[in-house]
Design a protein around this ligand. Structure first.
Ligand code: HEC
Length: 115
C-alpha cells in the first residue's frame, strides 16, 4: 500500500517536472493589442466628363485619388486595367462600359499629368 503511494507520488512529480520543462521550451507568448490608425480622408472625386458616372463604380473598392494618381496610360492600357478589375476582382462594369471608361481615364489622367 505504501509502495503504491510512493510510486504514485514519484510519477506525479515526474509528470510535473516534464510539464515544467515543456513550458520553458515554449516561445514567449505574442502580445496582441489594438492600435488606432488615422488615414487621411480622401475627398477627391472624379472630374466631370463622359464616363465619370460609370467611374463611380470604381469607388466600390478604390478612392478616386488612387485611380487618378496612376501614370498616364494609353486607352488600350486602361482597357486592360478595367478588364483586369472585372475578371480578377469582379468589378461590376458592363462590356459596353469598358470603352467609354477607358477613354475617360485616358483623358483625365493625361490632363492631370500635364498640370
Ligand atoms: C471589386 C473591387 C474593385 C473594383 C470595383 C475596382 N478595382 Fe481596381 N483594384 C482592385 C484591387 C484589389 C487592386 C489591387 C491589385 C494589386 O494590388 O495587385 C486594384 C488595383 C487597381 C489599379 C492599380 C494597378 C493594377 O493594375 O493593379 C488600378 C489603376 C485600378 N485598380 C483601377 C480601377 C478602375 C479604373 C476601376 C473601375 C473601372 C477599378 N479599379 C475597380 C479592386 C477593384
Amino acid at each position: 500500500m505504501n509502495a503504491l503511494i510512493i510510486r504514485t507520488y514519484l510519477l506525479g512529480s515526474l509528470l510535473a517536472g516534464a510539464s515544467v520543462s515543456a513550458q520553458q521550451a515554449k516561445p514567449p507568448p505574442i502580445a496582441i493589442h489594438s492600435v488606432n490608425v488615422d488615414l487621411p480622408a480622401s475627398t477627391a472625386s472624379f472630374p466631370p466628363g463622359i464616363g465619370s458616372d460609370v467611374a463611380g463604380k470604381c469607388l466600390i473598392c478604390h478612392s478616386a485619388g488612387m485611380v487618378l494618381r496612376q501614370p498616364p496610360l494609353s486607352q488600350d492600357q486602361w482597357k486592360a486595367v478595367i478588364n483586369k478589375m472585372r475578371s480578377a476582382y469582379g468589378a461590376p462594369i458592363l462590356d459596353t462600359e469598358v470603352e467609354p471608361l477607358a477613354a475617360y481615364f485616358t483623358e483625365v489622367t493625361k490632363q492631370r499629368a500635364s498640370q
